[in-house]
Design a protein around this ligand. Structure first.
Ligand code: ADP
Ligand code: MG
Ligand code: MG
Length: 884
């Protein structure tokens, strides 16, 4: 018989896959001797068994639960439902990875008319006992039975008004008893059955409800977005209750062992005196900073500080701890690796190396390269012109401007329309996730640094200001008021997440710098990585930025961007539309010095670093006017019987446009096919490159795009070499250069051995290679069906964001292998968006490429990702050696 139920005190560690994150964690804390209330975990396998068994607990599992409960009763000396010494438990869900959407924790389970009375006697406070009971009825009805919280709140509100109570603590035992009767009626009315008085029944229902919640919409949605397997299942933790609401020597709180926003090494968090469970995170009462606990309960505070150091040493990471104090005794209810901003992550990793908790490599692996763009986030200057609307807690750094929306749905809709919005709520709940994703930033009037909005925004790297207590939101009128200011939906505001400030209008944002910690991490990364990191840059300013971020060269300079500049467009058009050879040469003659200046600028910025220049790639019609606009203009002129000179010209242009039009431009007359039919264009570009190189003694790498057959490259190579020779002769210099190709159609990868005979280097254009391998045109795919593919898990993810290793990746590997068969020293790299994606960079390491190239702002993250990939490769290697 399989074991499905495990006590926290079990000596042997139960895997996280079985016990879930929370369960494994509670057991581990128990094992290392921390004060954790006893309990047991019902495994993720039980969840799967439950669903296989038609959403009912199999008999064997019920038996094991019974046994575990008996043991718990023995340990605590209490009994579930015992009318003298009642045991109360919490029922907490806990999947392998923590995730929203799962059933909320039920506290105080085991309460019924009898045990509440016993509890009143035991604690000497009937008011307290019946308050616990009514909370339980409310919570259980809401999360287990599905009766909406609203009904209970409405009754409570009515009762308060009727008797003139302003706050809950004013209600006495008899008030709660009365309300409990009303609550039970509500349950019976809306649930169709009386509130279960039998604690064993309560427990069974709660456990089943947790398992059931594994498949609720929110959870399923979250797993889809985060690529979490639906077949993992969730575990349930049943834990004896400790009460933080037993008076002024009790309380509950959440604390991070270090500051999750800055990384500073000091306790950071909040607590509430005389409060239970979720009161802190719910944002209903605004909690006190944890530092004040030192005054209020000095002993507890010191014990807590010691425990947090121990926890950090044990888990070797910053911890996010939930604790409760029951009449002066400290209990830990959960600890986990704390979520943090990228900035904090960096500082914590560096500090932990200094504190000898981590090695440099471990620190490197801790960095979330995907999130590093946060570090290069905007901020807001100390002083700005815009008026300050309000101040709140600096919950998540970054700066964002947008228009006000008040609901998550509105945020989602507005962002669909391409608008930037700020989601303003009194507080957020997991139901608002889609709105937070859509918004630029989040602003709340209630809740602390650990409120839902704060935690989620930090996780997503979005700016957040919360707990703005003077912010009043009027949902009916769709306005907000703070001090003398009233704003309405659609008004612009700017959030300063790091400073907790909110401004009216759009305030100017500042560019961030590289922190000392980031520099340190990058130094460690550079010492370990094998892959070189280059950048994609077409302009000297981009190149300069990239060099500042550590780029070691340009992996892709797209010359078409130079053609698109305003002053060039007319010349480029003349070149394309020329009727005669003479006209075309004239246009090219005009373009040549401009191109040369472009390259001079780039070479100057790059100071001898390699620069890969791709000759013209896109179909020519991309440089021409829009056909539909032209058609309209012609039609209008004809309608008005206009027959002037430009009508004839426009008609001629239309004729030419029709001529250049393609059925499928992505697969049409582009790339080296342009060079084959119009060699004069490539010749001009090559000349411009070599002339510029001669001036600055740069060593350019000329890249021929979209080669599919060796012969294409052979001919283009000859053409480029001829230009080089001409420049050498004219200027009396010796040029050093390379000629290579992009590998971006499957045929090129499959015949890379032949192509390598003509190539000095390969650059995998994985964007086009993905298009041509899947047969997707990216714009059509992303616009029409790709998101559905990902949602319905036809594809695990968007292959344009993260390289598809099975298909596209295989072609890359094949290309490298075949290319090196011909030329063992062939230089290989990747350019395009994949070059900045950490997972794709890891693939590039494994595929043995020499470099990746990405946009300037991605360069730091790519350096770190490349180092992580190298470290992981080394660890794999070591493991393999040990096994051998
Ligand atoms: P979440 O995953 O939402 O944090 P938890 O299961 O950790 O849910 O619990 C929610 C709240 O209830 C937390 O504040 C936690 O500290 C509190 N809580 C859970 N179990 C107990 C218990 N046995 N005694 C007292 N408080 C508890
Ligand atoms: Mg928790
Ligand atoms: Mg391409």
């Amino acid at each position: 018989m399989n074991a499905f139920v495990f006590p926290f005190s079990e000596e042997k560690a139960v895997s996280k896959e079985l016990a879930g994150g929370k369960g494994a964690n509670l057991a581990e804390m128990t094992r290392i001797g921390l004060p954790v209330p006893p309990g047991f975990t019902i495994s993720t396998e039980a969840c799967l068994a439950f669903h296989e068994n038609n959403h009912a607990l199999p008999e064997a599992i019920e038996q094991q639960m019974k046994q575990a409960l008996q043991d718990l009763e023995e340990t605590t000396g209490k009994g579930l439902g015992d009318p003298e010494k009642p045991l109360f438990v919490s029922v907490r869900s806990g999947a392998v990875v923590s995730m929203p959407g799962m059933m909320d924790t039920v506290l105080n389970l085991g309460m019924n008319d009898d045990t509440a009375e016993a509890f009143a006697e035991q604690t000497g406070s009937a008011r307290f006992a019946y308050d616990c009971y009514r909370r339980f009825v409310q919570m259980f009805a809401d999360v287990v039975l599905g009766v909406e919280m609203f009904y209970f709140e409405r009754e409570l509100e009515k009762y308060r008004e009727k008797y003139g109570f302003t706050a809950d603590p004013e209600l006495q035992a008899d008030d709660w008893k009365h309300l409990i009767r009303v609550y039970k009626e509500i349950v019976e009315e809306h649930h169709g059955q009386p509130f279960p008085q039998d604690p064993a029944e309560q427990l069974r229902l709660a456990v089943e409800a947790v398992f059931q919640s594994w498949y609720n919409d929110r959870a399923v949605f979250y797993r889809r977005v985060h690529h979490i397997d639906h077949s993992l299942g969730t575990a349930v933790n049943v834990q004896s209750m400790v009460f933080g609401n037993m008076g002024d020597t009790s309380g509950t709180g959440v604390a991070f062992t270090r500051n999750p926003s800055t990384g500073e090494n000091s306790l950071y968090g909040e607590y509430l005196v005389n409060a239970q469970g979720e009161d802190v995170v719910a944002g209903i009462r605004t909690p006190n900073p944890i530092q004040e606990l030192e005054q209020a309960m000095p002993e507890v505070f010191h014990q807590f500080r010691e425990l947090s150091v121990r926890l950090e040493q044990h888990y070797r990471d910053m911890q996010d701890i939930e604790f409760t104090v029951e009449e002066g005794t400290l209990y830990l209810l959960q600890t986990r690796n704390g979520k943090r901003t990228s900035q904090a992550g960096m500082k914590i990793a560096v500090d932990m190396v200094e504190e000898k908790i981590l090695t440099k490599e471990e620190a490197l692996l801790r960095i979330d390269a995907d999130q590093m763009h946060q570090l290069l986030h905007a901020g807001i200057a100390e002083e700005v012109d815009q008026p300050l609307l309000t101040k709140g807690l600096p919950a998540s750094p970054g700066a964002a401007a947008g228009t006000i929306v008040f609901t998550a749905d509105e945020a989602a809709e507005a962002s669909q329309r391409g608008e930037s919005v700020i989601l303003v709520r009194s507080e957020t709940t997991p139901d608002d996730i889609h709105g937070i994703i859509a918004a630029e930033a989040v602003l709340t009037s209630r809740g602390g640094m650990t409120s839902h909005a704060a935690v989620v925004a930090r996780g997503m790297g979005k700016a957040c200001v919360c707990g703005c207590s003077d912010l009043h939101i009027n949902l009916e009128e769709e306005t907000l008021r703070a001090g003398a200011h009233t704003l309405k939906k659609g008004d612009m505001i700017t959030l300063d997440g790091a400073g907790g400030r909110v401004f009216i209008g759009e305030a100017e944002r500042t560019e961030p710098g590289m922190s000392d910690e980031l520099q340190q991490i990058l130094t460690w990364a550079d010492e370990r990585r094998r892959l070189k990191v280059r950048t994609n840059a077409d302009q000297p300013v981009d190149a300069a930025k990239a060099v500042e971020f550590g780029a070691e060269g340009i992996g892709l300079c797209r010359t078409e961007h130079m053609f698109m500049e305003m002053d060039r467009m007319p010349i480029v058009r003349n070149m394309i539309l020329a009727d005669t050879e003479a006209e075309r040469s004239e246009a090219l003659r005009q373009l040549e010095p401009l191109q040369r200046q472009d390259f001079e600028g780039l070479f100057q910025e790059m100071q001898g670093r390699p620069v890969t220049i791709r000759l013209l790639d896109p179909p020519l019609h991309e440089f021409l006017p829009d056909k539909e606009a032209l058609l309209l203009s012609i039609a209008e002129k004809k309608w008005n019987n206009y027959a002037g000179g430009d009508l004839a010209e426009e008609e001629k242009l239309l004729e030419q446009l029709r001529h250049l039009e393609e059925e499928n431009p992505m697969l049409g007359h582009r790339g080296c096919r342009l060079g084959m039919t119009n060699p004069e264009i490539y010749a001009m570009q090559a000349r411009a490159v070599f002339q510029a190189a001669a001036l600055s003694s740069a060593e350019p790498e000329i890249m021929i795009p979209l080669v599919g057959h060796k012969e294409e490259l052979r001919r283009m190579r000859k053409l480029v070499e001829a230009e080089a020779a001409a420049v050498e002769q004219a200027q009396g210099v010796k040029l050093v250069y390379k000629i290579g190709t992009m590998i971006e159609v499957p045929r090129a990868a499959l015949t890379a051995d032949a192509i390598a005979e003509e190539a000095d280097f390969f650059s995998f254009g994985t964007n086009d290679l993905t298009q041509t391998t899947f047969g997707f045109s990216r714009d059509d795919a992303e616009g029409k069906f790709l998101s559905q593919y990902v949602e319905e898990e036809v594809l695990p993810r968007n292959p344009f964001m993260q390289i598809d290793e099975e298909g596209v990746g295989r072609l890359v590997e094949e290309g490298v292998r075949l290319g090196r068969k011909t030329k063992p020293d062939l230089k290989t790299g990747i350019c395009g968006e994949h070059g900045g994606d950490p997972a794709s960079i890891d693939f590039c390491e494994r595929a043995g490429l020499d470099y990746v190239s990405c946009s300037p702002y991605r360069v730091p993250a790519a350096r770190v990702a490349a180092a992580q990939a190298a470290v992981r490769a080394r660890l794999r290697e070591e493991k393999a050696t040990v096994l051998r």
